[in-house]
Design a protein around this ligand. Structure first.
Ligand SMILES: Cc1cc2nc3c(=O)[nH]c(=O)nc-3n(C[C@H](O)[C@H](O)[C@H](O)COP(=O)(O)O)c2cc1C
Length: 356
């Protein structure tokens, strides 16, 4: 009998051949901020995933927080993505870009000298890589309320660009302490206007982004990633995570999403949360559910078989194992990750991991 993990399903309108998803993984291999032929090869190698979520892809120049991450705002970038999409489709896979605005997780050296922007002028006290080394993220400039429509327009334009590049849909990055997450949490959002204060106000930016992107793509093609119990990028947990993310999920449930993708616990770290809390949030989600964070083969088989997840996203395992679904199905050994080669560089540690 075939395990459920290896069977097809639908995430909204996106039909996937198996439930093993490639998680979004920043690799900093786009020196000109647009996809390269090496990136085409990397994604082609991983096209046996039921769905690939690309690395975080900035929606505008101000949305960038690290050196050499690809964008999706210029015609050259769209042309580069088109090659990746075509390669993945030719190999029978499905692919969505992760639409990314880093907010305060940046540095003027990456932004043409401008200060990063965020909901409030509060530094993350985190680090970023600017191409020369690791630098402290700087204190952001608080966005003026009349700048928000421009950012929503950037999301809509990026969503349209993704459509023009032939992607199967998009994932909105609302996780890991980046701009949307910064608006959500009372640790990073101290605004006193319609986008700050009560939970309903802090959720407003997220819902407006979702509406802008769904406005471009229509029903069943837009997914979103959240990470309620993650302190990634030093964002700070909200003072009431259950109430905040309960409200987020209630708003998401009113919209025709393809999927909700959740980082369970600390991103890339412990699967830690108050007992039953994350499960309670998960059970409120109406859309197809993609689970992530620290999943082993056994955990993934179980989660899908039990109906706790429609699909499971793997990050580090997909970096090191281009043929991960086949390995999981065969119960084969996995290649170890070479962590020193994650960020930047060329083919080494990128396209040279062997298949079975
Ligand atoms: C090298 C690397 C880059 C990552 N880049 C992103 C990213 O661009 N967007 C995102 O949402 N998460 C990113 N993550 C987090 C992963 O998607 C995933 O949540 C994390 O690795 C935990 O899953 P795993 O245990 O299967 O690796 C990154 C993780 C790693 C290791």
């Amino acid at each position: 009998m075939t395990e459920a993990l290896f069977t097809p399903t639908r995430l909204g309108q996106i039909e996937i051949a198996n439930r093993t998803v490639m998680a979004p993984l920043t690799r900093n291999r786009a020196p000109d901020l647009r996809p390269t032929d090496l990136m085409v090869e990397y994604y082609r190698q991983r096209a046996s995933a039921g769905l690939i979520v690309t690395e975080g892809t900035q929606i505008s120049p101000m949305a960038q927080g690290y050196a050499w991450t690809p964008g999706i705002y210029s015609d050259e970038q769209v042309a580069g993505w088109r090659k990746i999409v075509d390669a993945v489709h030719d190999a029978g896979g499905k692919i969505v870009p992760q639409l990314w605005h880093v907010g305060r997780i940046s540095h003027p050296s990456l932004l043409g000298g401008a200060d990063p922007v965020g909901p409030s002028a509060i530094s993350a006290g985190s680090k970023t890589f600017d191409g020369t080394g690791f630098v402290e993220t700087t204190t952001p400039r608080a966005l003026e309320i009349d700048e928000i429509p421009g950012i929503l327009a950037d999301y809509a334009k990026a969503a349209q660009n993704a459509k023009d590049a032939g992607f199967d849909g998009v994932e909105i990055h609302a996780a890991n302490g980046y701009l949307i997450d910064q608006f959500l949490r009372d640790t990073s959002n101290k605004r006193t206007d319609a986008y700050g204060g009560p939970i309903a106000n802090r959720v407003r930016f997220l819902t407006e982004v979702v509406d802008a992107v769904v406005g471009v793509w229509g029903p069943g093609r837009v997914g979103i990633r959240i990470s309620p119990y993650s302190n990634a990028n030093n964002v700070g947990l909200d003072s009431d995570t259950q109430a905040l993310f309960g409200a987020v999920i209630a708003e998401l449930n009113k919209r025709p999403l393809a999927f909700v993708h959740m980082v369970e616990g600390a991103t890339g770290g412990p699967r830690d949360w108050p007992e039953g809390a994350l499960e309670a949030l998960r059970d409120q989600i109406a859309a197809p559910y993609i689970a992530n964070n620290g999943y082993t083969r056994e955990m993934a088989l179980q989660a899908v078989a039990d109906g706790k997840a429609d699909a499971v996203a793997f990050g580090r395992a997909f970096i090191a194992n281009p043929d991960l679904p086949a390995r999981l199905e065969a119960g084969a050994e996995l290649n170890p990750l070479r962590p020193a080669l994650l960020y930047g560089g060329g083919a080494e540690g990128y396209t040279d991991y062997p298949t079975l």
